[in-house]
Design a protein around this ligand. Structure first.
Ligand SMILES: [Zn+2]
Length: 77
């Protein structure tokens, strides 16, 4: 199973160098039930194209959050 995860890591491109404050979070690949076939492995009597009949798929997420300052307009004095 670890070899499978290493394959996903190699596909990941290097992080871009951006001056803006960003928060990046990577959720590592994990196995979940296929939502196309509902975990059955087939749809309408044919092998599910998404999970290829296993009923499970590997998903991973890359979440990038951009942060900019919020300056309230309070110039009334
Ligand atoms: Zn499926």
């Amino acid at each position: 199973m670890n070899n499978l995860f290493d394959k996903f890591k190699k596909q990941r491109r290097p992080a871009p160098q951006e001056p803006e404050p960003t928060h990046e979070r990577t959720i590592p690949p994990h196995i979940v039930a296929c939502r196309v076939c509902g975990g059955k492995g087939e749809t309408d009597g044919t092998v599910c194209p998404q999970c290829q009949g296993s009923g499970r798929v590997i998903v991973s997420h890359e979440v990038k959050t951009f942060v900019t300052a919020y300056v309230p307009e309070t110039n009334q004095k």
